[in-house]
Write a protein that binds this ligand. Structure first.
Ligand code: ZN
Ligand code: FE
Length: 724
């Protein structure tokens, strides 16, 4: 049986002939945990057939489709080891299950209205309002009414609301404390998507694939009236998806309108999976609960993907993707990788496969820390596996790093941006040496400062900081991240040495006189103005200078707005020059070979804004400038392979411009596909680091080299023996 089919683009390795090799048996347990698969066409036909015994039964499935990862308690995959074990199959289901000619032969979650899970509808107090088909109609009526319905889905609760009326969306945002972050929309079918978005052939394939992720699509019809403007304010992209289990299929058929389907949680918390927990946690958010009595074994959010440079790029790796191993070309030592702080995912190594957990989220709350611990225990139990070492980010204060030190095992630390590059190399199955372009919002540098615009010469477990962005000031530290207007001020200050003379710029109106006086004092005295090389902040500052935003409510918002603003008809690029680090203060810093000075670019942007140029033209030239900068650094580094990683490469314009320009002058660009470029991919890079270190003869070597960066390593002999 084919368990999954996925296509990836790899380089030729240069084999001269063809041979059939023996498979090597033994080895660690690497049984596959099957992914959840979207409802197949045959099941969909049956569920809509009034003569079928599963007519309108929302839990129909067969061997070709249905829940797997979200119901498996342990391996091997038998009904007894799933959350379906509490449902004894009735005579008809039993017959199908044992008939080799039946499509439901050994379909573990096989069920029907007589013997399987049931749907119920509760009010906000948890009182039963309706059951079975009536429950579905009650939920449909509530959504039509503009009310918010919490729906127990495949891997967790969704909050669903009619996507049309502005007032319904505003209410959802207020209750969920999600002010501006785009909301995903579920459409009845692909024709409805075309009414709102541009859908290429590749995008349609992704939308209708068995994985059915949320796909970021370019919105073309902003005034169709079917989607309220507040669904994705400031974004040219709409996260769109199609129903992937029978329940949403049935709901969407009744409603016939696009609906917002967002995760059932309060901002930043993990998604709810239990109906009683949901009643508590979603109290005050949902008006109605549509629930079922089949438990969810582990939370699985919707995956998010987009098409970049002609192939798919996973931005959030969860439902249907998460259980699949990521093959690498290196033997991975038995390590547990705990990932980063934001968009956390953890990973374990089984043979040459990395098993990366589903998306866990930001480790800022007690709920998410519990989800993090659960995900680790879950991987250990499923694969009957225990780690011999732990690998974490170099940042001492990440929740995941602190956790790694409490496990009684040797701990290795990997610099954040190095891990990004290693993740991209591992998924592309390439070895060093490479030039790694590692651009994101923030990461702990080897010198203890905040990095984020890094060009690393990476080779196995080693790297050198070849170039970085010119540092800029974070005025007020963390507050600067929430207020791009502060970074605009920092860019201006960097150019002129003061904050005077901002007149005629929109940004000048973003501050009160007393605010400016306070920020001036901070800059003059150098109080709470740490420096950073972050590319994310550069995006913030440019977005604020062009008047696109002054404050943000979620990570990456300013970059998203700048990307959305790009006018594709505008040619040309601003100039960033490469200069010697001696021109800038690098005392106390790990000094790079080159510094990418954004000064001339910011000067041009300010002139363009003063000249009344449209933000779309400025955004286009800014993206082109960054792509040119990558090519310029690649030219100095002279390494044919250039790896693009870090959260900035979720940006389609940036990624595509960099790929195109690198190729045009003969470099080989590599970017992500199945693993997110942002911190969701860190765990893979951390595993790859351990593998490279062990293979090179050398964890001991890595240990010595990295000691200055705060590496705490004990008992590395275990790893050297295991890895060579
Ligand atoms: Zn099926
Ligand atoms: Fe990062």
């Amino acid at each position: 049986m084919i368990q999954s089919l996925e296509s990836t683009w790899l380089d030729a390795v240069g084999h001269q002939g063809f041979e059939i090799r023996e498979s090597d048996g033994g080895g660690p347990r690497d049984a596959l945990v099957m992914p959840d698969i979207a409802t197949c066409d045959e099941c969909l036909r049956e569920v809509l057939d009034p003569d079928d015994r599963r007519y309108r039964y929302p839990f129909i499935n067969c061997t070709n489709c249905g829940p797997r990862f979200s119901i498996i308690e342990s391996l091997p995959y038998d009904r007894e080891h799933t959350s379906m074990r509490r449902f004894a199959m009735g005579a008809d289901c039993h017959r199908e299950y044992h008939d080799p000619r039946d499509r439901r032969f050994h379909a573990q979650p096989n069920a029907c209205p007589v013997c399987g899970p049931r749907l119920s509808c509760w009010n906000a107090c948890g009182e039963l309002v309706a059951e079975r088909a009536d429950a579905l109609y009650a939920a449909v009526a509530a959504i039509r009414d503009g009310r918010i319905v919490a729906v127990k889905g495949l891997g967790g609760f969704h909050l669903m609301v009619d996507a049309g009326p502005e007032v319904a969306i505003v209410r959802l945002r207020e209750r969920k404390h999600r002010e501006e972050k785009p909301l995903a929309v579920m459409f009845p079918d692909v024709f409805d998507v075309r009414g709102v978005c541009q859908v290429s052939a590749m995008e349609e394939r992704l939308l209708t694939s068995p994985e059915r992720p949320i796909v970021l699509l370019s919105r073309v019809n902003a005034f169709s009236g079917r989607i309220a403007g507040s669904v994705e304010p400031g974004s040219a992209w709409l996260g769109s998806m199609l129903p992937y289990t029978p329940l949403p299929h049935l709901l969407m058929r009744e409603i016939g309108q696009p609906i917002v389907a967002t995760s059932g949680n309060l901002s930043d918390e993990p998604i709810c999976i239990d109906e009683h927990e949901a009643l508590e946690r979603l109290a005050g958010i949902a008006d109605v609960f549509l629930v079922r009595d089949r438990p969810i074994v582990r939370h699985v959010d919707d995956s998010v993907a987009r098409i970049v440079a002609g192939r798919e790029l996973v931005l959030r790796r969860s439902r249907s993707f998460a259980s699949l191993p990521v093959p690498t070309s290196i033997p991975l030592p038995p390590a547990l990788a705990v990932g980063g702080q934001m968009k956390n995912a953890v990973a374990v190594a089984v043979g040459t496969n990395a098993i990366i957990s589903q998306h866990i989220g930001d480790l800022g709350t007690a709920q998410s820390t519990q989800a993090f611990e659960r995900a680790i225990r879950d991987l250990e139990r499923l694969y009957e596996w225990s780690p011999e070492c732990v690998v974490a980010d170099l940042h001492p204060d990440y929740r995941s790093t602190m956790d790694s030190r409490s496990r009684g095992l040797p701990v290795l630390s990997v610099q954040h941006h190095h891990a990004h590059v290693l993740a991209c190399m591992a998924e592309n199955e390439i070895d060093g040496p490479v030039l790694g372009v590692s651009w994101d919002g923030t990461g702990y540098g080897r010198d203890g400062t905040v990095w984020g615009g890094e060009f690393l010469l990476a080779d196995g477990a080693q790297f050198t900081r070849f170039a970085c962005l010119r540092p800029l000031q974070l005025i007020g530290g963390e507050r600067a991240v929430r207020e791009p207007r502060r970074t605009a001020l920092a860019l201006w200050h960097g150019l002129t040495g003061s904050i005077d003379g901002l007149d005629n710029l929109p940004i000048a109106r973003a501050f009160t006189t007393s605010e400016l006086a306070l920020l001036r004092r901070m800059l003059d005295r150098g109080v709470n103005v740490p420096m950073t090389t972050s590319t994310g902040r550069l995006f913030d500052g440019v977005a604020a200078l062009t008047g696109l935003c002054t404050h943000v409510s979620f990570e990456g918002q300013a970059a998203m707005m700048l990307e959305s603003a790009v006018d594709p008809g505008v040619d040309g690029a601003y100039l960033c020059r490469l200069v010697s680090p001696a021109r800038f203060a690098f005392s106390g810093w790990e000094t790079p070979t080159w510094v990418a000075d954004w000064g001339p670019m910011v000067q041009s942007i300010i002139e363009a804004v003063r000249g009344g140029e449209a933000p779309g033209a400025i955004a286009a030239r800014f993206h082109a400038a960054l792509a040119d900068l990558i090519v310029a650094v690649a030219g100095r580094a002279s390494r044919p392979n250039v790896v693009l990683s870090g959260g900035c490469f979720q940006n389609k314009h940036l990624a595509e411009a960099a790929i195109e320009r690198l190729r045009a002058v003969g470099f080989r660009p590599y970017w992500h596909q199945r693993v997110p470029p942002d911190d969701g991919g860190l765990a893979l890079g951390q595993l790859a680091f351990v593998a490279h270190a062990a293979r090179g003869g050398g964890l001991r070597q890595a240990e010595v080299d990295e000691d200055a960066g705060g590496l705490a390593t004990r008992g590395t002999q275990v790893l050297v023996e295991g890895g060579t």
